[in-house]
Design a protein around this ligand. Structure first.
Ligand SMILES: *Cc1c(COP(=O)(O)O)cnc(C)c1O
Length: 257
């Protein structure tokens, strides 16, 4: 993972068709290498920083679900694109509890559940809005302080509490791998999420479905698929390089309650 292929920027529907086809071909090849069915892995395009007019081209090229890590940016785009039927929004980044009300308003899925206080706030907000929300529990598999998510050893106790929140549908686990040029370290994160899921499933409370493993991004989605990902979250390989560094999207020391 030292070198990424260049990420070609997509501005037209034809550009998006090309980039999506390239990513889907690479996904299928990765699945085939380990004897998995390519149909078992979903592509979630991550559209953070991309404005709604470009998103219309991505949607015309076939994107029906979009992942965003900043909730207000996502909410704004969901309003701008409200004329498009069936578009589904996934909030994939760390969420401050005071922004749970926005997620409850428009999101279909939230991938970064990492504390009970947030589960409670989301559940209350969803009840008020009479909506439900698919959620994934974020696990910190790399041990890096800069990553959000529960330590793996806390996941079991955490998941046992979730059936109390009736508006949340627990779909699976999500992780961000180590930010490392060493392929083995990255792969170890994916492997550990997969094996954690296996252990959790053995005594998961009823109603808690752990069918999904959301792992892998532009730089590492093939490794993630080889290690069992059911959803890969891919931004730059579809939309093109982002101008801002990743530290902008994963701020350290952000208020966590
Ligand atoms: C931005 C982001 C991604 C996608 O990263 P790319 O390098 O653009 O593929 C995946 N997951 C999360 C949580 C993100 O914030």
């Amino acid at each position: 993972m030292t070198e990424h292929p260049p990420y070609p920027t997509a501005n037209s529907t034809a550009d998006f068709r090309r980039n999506l086809a390239t990513v889907q071909d690479r996904m299928a090849a990765a699945a085939n290498r380990v004897g998995r069915s390519p149909g078992a892995v979903r592509l979630l395009p991550v559209s953070k920083t991309v404005d709604s007019s470009r998103l219309r081209h991505a949607i015309a090229a076939g994107c029906t679900e979009l992942g965003e890590n900043k909730v207000q940016e996502a909410l704004r785009k969901s309003v701008e694109l409200a004329d498009i039927p069936g578009l589904r929004w996934h909030v994939i980044g760390h969420l401050q509890s005071n922004k749970a009300k926005f997620v409850a308003q428009f999101a279909h899925e939230f991938q970064a559940l990492d504390r009970l206080s947030l589960a409670r706030t989301l559940n209350n907000r969803l009840e008020a809005a009479d909506r439900t929300l698919d959620v994934m529990v974020q696990i910190n598999t790399s041990g890096e302080d800069s990553k959000f998510g529960l330590p793996p050893q806390e996941a079991d106790a955490f998941i046992r509490e979730l059936p109390a929140f009736e508006r949340l549908r627990v779909r699976g686990l999500m992780t961000l791998a180590a930010n490392s040029p060493e392929q083995d370290r990255v792969r170890a994160c994916f492997e550990s999420l997969h094996s954690l899921r296996g252990r959790l499933r053995e005594n998961a409370p009823s109603g808690v479905e752990l069918s999904e493993l959301s792992m892998g991004m532009s730089g590492d989605f093939e490794l993630a698929i080889e290690e069992g990902a059911t959803v890969v979250r891919v931004g730059q390989a579809i939309f093109g390089p982002r101008a801002l560094p990743d530290s902008y999207y994963w701020p350290e020391g952000e208020e966590n309650s």
